[in-house]
Write a protein of this length. Sequence first.
Length: 460
Amino acid sequence: MLGQLLLPEIEELIEQRDFVGLRLALSELTVIEMSDLFEDLPPDDVAVIFRILPREQAARVFEYLSLEMQEVMLRALGHEQVAHVLNEMKPDDRTALLEELPSEAVQKLLDLLSPDERKVARDLLGYPEDSIGRRMTTDFVAIRATWTINQVMEHLRQIGKDKETLNILYVVDEQGILIDEILLRHVVLARPNQLVQDLMDGRFACLPARDDQEVAVREFKRYDRTSLPVVDSQNKLVGIITVDDILDLAEKEETEDVHKMAAVEALDSPYLDVGFWSMFRKRGAWLSALFLGEMLTASAMSYYEDAISKAVVLALFIPLIVSSGGNSGSQASTLVIRALALGELNLRIWWKVLYREIGTGLALGFLLGLLGVIRVHLWQWLGWANYSNHYHLVSMTVGLGLVGIVIFGTLVGSMLPFLFRILKLDPAVVSAPFVATLVDVSGLLIYFGIATVMLKGTLL
């Protein structure tokens, strides 16, 4: 908020090249307020400010900028400043930036890092995309079980200032295998000559480095932690992942799921920053696929063209029938997809969901079917429509059609996410429009199949 109030003053100081006054004005801002201010300034002005900031402060502010702004700043700053900023960045923040850049740019930036930092960056980038390893930081404190508390405190004094968090200390053996974790407050309250192993209880949680990042989100919610250790396939401690990274990751994953459930390819930038042709491609591909699916609906209607010509009244209820099936399927798919994402459901209990949705679909189908029957009779009795002398059979056709399509839509919507999970695909792809399109075609077949039986010898 303070940064926004100072924005006109900052712009005026930059224009006047009053660098002494500019540094004084910036000294009133926190790192976060300064990063918010930078987002509202032209890149050239931000580059000017970066050059007068102390190096350590500039690096901290850079970490809080959006990825888009970071890329702009890398182009605006000189090689020396870029090298310093990259070397001072936290490894996980630096990895998030590098993985968004073209490979040629990444190689040039890696060459600007110190040998130690370059090794860390290459190690993190070596993990699969969207894995926990890409989001972890190597700034953790490891201690040995045989150390005394005095030795631990001396170790912290020597290396602690460069670590991202000191809340939890990780106990490893000679091979670097994680064997326990200890809260710093337990260390501080312990006797100076007490051994670390006296504080250990052997209870700790950890994350495999190659697991998907969504696993980390679930585990943080499960354990209610500010950080969790990350281990490799041999259980060696290779890093930690902190809650600030998880919050960013959770927002990104949920945004992607929302986009997919709306039948839109996930946007990789803020809405207004996505170019016209990129937006056209991300939305057009899905719309085209759904359009091709809806063509099957037209084919189904043409198959029953003779029935429609004999009983035009059937066509009046097609929108009612297909929309009810699509809505019930969309409800079921949304509930199941979210439950899978939260870890409330897994593949082993799919049959419980099946039984539950059969009952739910049947109840909902009878509810909508009853409303459909009432609607036909009410309109007929009030003279608002004429559904022929066989309106009783028409109402039963509509009612039974609604029961059938709602049950079918509910089962399709609830089971498809499990099928996609088995196929190692994102269940969010089973979006509401996708389910609705599938149920539209099936709904017509169910509706006209029931009509053929119910109205044979009367309207048909």
